[in-house]
Design a protein around this ligand. Structure first.
Ligand code: GDP
Ligand code: GDP
Length: 454
């Protein structure tokens, strides 16, 4: 893994301008919807012989939240924790603000090396203004202009020696290429759901887990930050961690954003954690998001969050809720349902093991053949299709060709191609009984061998 540098600061000081300058690209800010357009937050830069990664925390923390410095540390905490050094951007023109003072205090508490970049010092006359920022007690204060490039060289010269070795939270022996190579056996999780169901709260809890090692990595698109979470010997990649925290300004925009994020993350995910609100019940948007998860071929865990808000629970309350959820999301009958509270942490520890279980099913050929022999050849009496011109479609054998999701080719011959849906449904049900396939969709592909004409 590359050493990581986090850029922090209150809104509008020039964090993203500096970020672009460091990665050597011009970001085009299109449109005026924050959140959607502002998502290029992870990049890589070179200085002299060093290569390092940069995270713009301004893209993680919504502007409103950034007005409370503690929120910056909370929401961008995973990036700050994994960073070897922090560039704290302040505005040389505005001078010290109360927000800066609070932030300075919090940054000091991280124990990280903090470089202060007094930005917008475009003219020499402004450079002296940077002087006042020495009062925070950080040794390194630089007058820079992110827009024009002044002072950046000195900043990087000081940063460079800080970036040796790998950070403590990163596995030993890593190299630069590893950042983009998906390590084997990591399980990719998408946390999706409509606004306010508790996605960010759940994420915070998962990342805050005591024995977890957490480190941000580039998402495959380079526009996103994923988080690698290692616990109990298993790696989980939580897709687009920043996106999970991103909020829309208006309700309509928040909903739109939640769908955009869901579709984007689900594409790359093995397992979808679809968060639902136990207090509010199921909404149309929940079903829509669940539908995208199925389309993407993800294993699905339906998480009924805010379980703490349900009063007078008895032993049947859980199953009654589960039944209701299944009723309202019939197409997800095979998904697992867990009631949790991101607030209290209740049953959260079940989530990751469930995700692991949900995604590792390959049936050995011998077991599959044995099952096939018993169920199809000798068994059920259900016919794959009606007779067609005197010849009947029959299934010859089947084989598993994929595991994400489990996909089977069913070889047929005779009659006319086209397995009857009731046969496929029966096959699926029987296979679920036999092999589990907890939480995961199963796909069947028919391959028909047509009879040679004589
Ligand atoms: P962020 O919210 O901290 O990421 O800030 P931005 O990078 O979006 O910058 C906020 C505003 O400050 C934009 O209008 C930038 O053009 C402006 N800005 C950034 N860097 C400089 C600089 O070096 N000089 C001047 N004059 N303006 C700058
Ligand atoms: P997101 O929009 O899906 O990321 O939702 P948030 O994580 O921001 O949560 C929305 C609101 O629900 C916040 O006020 C949270 O404090 C609250 N919340 C989240 N999880 C729980 C929970 O398990 N129980 C209760 N009572 N409130 C929760």
């Amino acid at each position: 893994m590359l050493p990581l540098v986090a850029i922090v600061g209150r809104p509008n000081v020039g964090k993203s301008t500096l970020f672009n300058r460091l990665i050597g690209e011009r970001r085009s800010i299109v449109g005026d919807e924050p959140g959607i357009t502002r998502d290029r937050i992870y990049g890589e830069a070179n200085w002299r012989t060093k290569r390092f990664a940069i995270v713009d925390t301004g893209g993680i923390v919504p502007d409103d939240d950034a007005l409370i410095p503690a929120n910056i540390l909370k929401q961008a905490g995973f990036a700050i924790d994994a960073a070897q050094a922090i560039i704290w951007v302040v505005d040389a023109r505005k001078g010290i603000t109360p927000l800066d003072e609070e932030l300075a205090h919090l940054l000091r508490s991280t124990g990280k090396r903090v470089l202060v970049a007094a930005n917008k010092a475009d003219a020499v006359s402004l450079e002296s203004d940077a002087g006042e920022f020495h009062s925070f007690g950080f040794a390194d204060v630089f007058a820079i202009s992110a827009e024009h490039g002044n002072g950046i060289g000195e900043l990087l010269d000081t940063l460079e020696p800080e970036l040796q070795g790998s950070s403590p939270s990163v596995r030993e022996g890593g190299n630069a290429d590893e950042t983009f190579a998906a390590p084997a056996k990591e399980l990719r999780l998408a946390i999706v759901g409509r606004p306010n169901v508790g996605k960010s709260s759940l994420l915070n809890r998962l990342l805050g887990e005591e024995r977890a090692i957490v480190s941000p990595v580039a998402g495959t698109t380079r526009d996103t930050v994923d988080t690698l979470l290692e616990t109990g010997g298993q790696s989980f990649r939580i897709i687009d961690t920043a996106g999970i925290r991103r909020k829309g300004k208006t309700e309509a925009m928040a909903e739109k954003l939640s769908v955009v994020m869901a579709r984007k993350s689900l594409e790359r995910a093995d397992v979808a954690i679809v968060v639902l609100d136990a207090e509010q019940g199921i909404a149309a948007l929940d079903a829509a998001i669940g539908g995208y998860a199925v389309e993407a071929g993800c294993s699905i865990i339906l998480v009924l969050n805010k379980w703490d808000t349900i009063e007078n629970k008895d032993t049947h309350t859980g199953s009654a809720f589960e039944r209701k959820v299944r009723e309202q999301m019939k197409f997800l009958s095979w998904a697992s349902v867990v009631t949790i509270s991101a607030l209290t942490g209740q049953r959260l520890q079940r989530l990751l093991p469930l995700a692991v279980e949900a995604r590792n099913v390959r049936i050995s050929t011998s077991r599959l053949n044995e099952f096939f022999e018993r169920e199809i050849t000798q068994g059920s009496g259900i016919m794959p299709a009606r007779p067609h011109g005197g010849s009947r479609l029959h299934v010859q054998y089947m084989t598993q060709i994929g595991i994400r999701p489990p996909t089977f080719v069913v070889f047929t011959a005779g009659g006319k191609a086209g397995l009857h849906f009731s046969f496929v449904r029966h096959l699926e049900n029987r296979m679920r009984e036999e092999f589990g396939f907890l939480s995961t969709p199963i796909r069947f592909v028919e391959r028909h061998k047509s009879k040679r004409r004589r």
